[in-house]
Ligand binder design. Structure first.
Ligand SMILES: Cc1cc2nc3c(=O)[nH]c(=O)nc-3n(C[C@H](O)[C@H](O)[C@H](O)COP(=O)(O)O)c2cc1C
Length: 335
C-alpha cells in the first residue's frame, strides 16, 4: 500500500518528493559520515552530514571531495540496482559562522558536486543560498524562533528547520506547538521540525502540527553506521529525558547533553556555570573539541531508543509506528 504521505507532497521542491517517510536524518558533528548518510538515503530518508566532519590532514586533498564522490557513486549504484525503490537525496550541513574558515572552500566543492540539499546553521547569508541555487540545490535553514525564520527566508532560504526544545546539540527553547504555529502563520514552504522526534508517533505529531518533515538526530547515534564511541552508543540506549542537561558552557550557546558524560568528565552536571556566545569558535570544527568528543550531545527523545541497532531497522520501526498511529487516528475521524 502507498504510504499516506506519498499522495500529498506536490507542494514540495522536487528533491523532497516521493520519499518513503517524511523524515530527514539530521547532521551530527563527528558522528555523521558517508556510511551513515548512505544507509539513511538507501533506507529512503534524507541523510546528511556536516561538511566540517570531513577533515583531511594538513597538505592532503579535501576529504569533502572524496566523501561527496563516495556518497554519490554509492547512491547511483543503489538506484541502478533498485529502480523501484530509489535512494532519497542527501544533504550537506554548512556552519555559517564567522569562525568557520573553510566555508568558502566547502561551498565551492558542494556546488561543483551539485549537492541537492543544503542545510545551513548558525547564520543566514545570501551568498550561501546563491551558491546552492547555482547548482540546482535547495537550502533548508535551521532556526530557533520566528524572528530568525523570517530573516532566513528574506535572505533566500527555500525552507526552514524549526529546532524546538528538547533537541540534541544546539537546541531551541520554544515548544514545537508554539514555534510551528507562528511560522505557519506566514510561511507555506518546506518546514521541518527538530527536537526529540524518536518514534513514528512523534513524526505523525510533527505532521499534524503543520511540519512537512521530522528532523531526527539522536536515535541514529545508537546505530552501527554512526561514528560514535561504543560508550556513547550505550549511554544513548540506557538514558532517558531526565538524563539530558541544557547548558551553554561547552560551546557558548545553549545545547543538550548527556548528564552521565558530564559527570564522567569530572563536572557537576547539576551546577554548571554558563558561558557567553562570543566564545563560539568553529575554526577547527568546534568551539572546544571536548564539547562533542567527551561531553556527548543528545536530545530528550532517547528514552525511545532501547537497543543498539542499525539504520534499516530503525527506519523500519519509525515507518511501522508512523503508519499504525496514522491509521489509528484516521479511524477516529472517519465517517
Ligand atoms: C551529537 C550531536 C551533534 C550535532 N551536530 C550538529 C551539527 O554539526 N550541525 C547541525 O546543524 N546540527 C547538529 N546537531 C543538531 C541536529 O542536527 C538536530 O537538530 C537534533 O539532533 C534533533 O534533535 P534530536 O537529537 O532530539 O533528534 C547535533 C545534534 C547532536 C545530538
Amino acid at each position: 500500500m502507498t504510504a499516506p504521505w506519498l499522495r500529498d507532497d506536490n507542494h514540495l521542491p522536487e528533491a523532497l518528493r516521493g520519499l518513503r517517510l517524511p523524515l530527514v536524518g539530521s547532521p551530527l558533528f563527528i558522528i555523521s559520515g558517508p556510511e551513515l548518510v548512505i544507509a539513511q538515503c538507501k533506507a529512503g530518508i534524507v541523510g546528511s552530514f556536516p561538511a566540517l566532519n570531513a577533515r583531511e590532514a594538513e597538505g592532503e586533498p579535501p576529504l569533502l571531495e572524496a566523501w561527496l564522490t563516495q556518497i554519490t557513486e554509492a547512491l547511483d549504484r543503489h538506484n541502478q540496482a533498485n529502480p523501484d525503490r530509489p535512494a532519497a537525496p542527501f544533504a550537506v550541513n554548512q556552519i555559517v559562522h564567522r569562525s568557520n574558515a573553510r566555508l568558502d572552500r566547502d561551498l565551492e566543492i558542494c556546488a561543483r558536486h551539485k549537492v541537492p540539499i543544503w542545510i545551513t546553521s548558525l547564520g543566514a547569508r545570501v551568498e550561501v543560498n546563491e551558491a546552492a541555487h547555482s547548482c540546482g540545490g535547495i537550502v533548508l535553514h535551521d532556526i530557533i524562533n520566528n524572528t530568525f525564520a523570517r530573516k532566513a527566508i528574506d535572505k533566500g532560504a527555500d525552507g526552514l528547520i524549526a529546532v524546538a526544545a528538547g533537541a540534541g546539540g544546539h537546541a531551541g527553547q520554544q515548544s514545537p506547538f508554539a514555534l510551528i504555529r507562528e511560522i505557519r502563520d506566514w510561511f507555506d514552504g518546506p518546514l521541518l521540525l527538530s527536537g526529540a522526534i524518536a518514534t513514528g508517533q512523534a513524526l505523525l505529531a510533527a505532521r499534524a502540527l503543520g511540519a512537512d518533515f521530522g528532523y531526527m538526530g539522536s536515535p541514529f547515534i545508537a546505530c552501527a553506521e554512526a561514528n560514535a564511541q561504543p560508550g556513547y552508543k550505550d549511554m544513548i540506549v540506557s538514558s532517558g529525558a531526565e538524563d539530558i542537561v541544557t547548558s551553554s558552557l561547552f560551546t557558548g550557546v545553549s545545547g543538550n547533553y548527556l548528564k552521565p558524560s558530564i559527570a564522567a568528565a569530572g563536572l557537576d552536571a547539576d551546577n554548571l556555570p554558563s558561558a557567553d556566545a562570543s566564545t563560539m569558535n568553529f575554526s577547527s570544527g568546534s568551539s572546544k573539541p571536548k564539547a562533542w568528543k567527551e561531553i556527548w550531545g543528545a536530545g530528550q527523545g532517547i528514552g525511545a531508543v532501547r537497543d543498539l541497532t542499525d539504520v534499516p531497522t530503525l527506519v523500519a520501526r519509525i515507518e511501522r509506528e508512523y503508519l499504525t498511529a496514522g491509521r489509528g487516528l484516521s479511524g477516529e475521524f472517519a465517517g
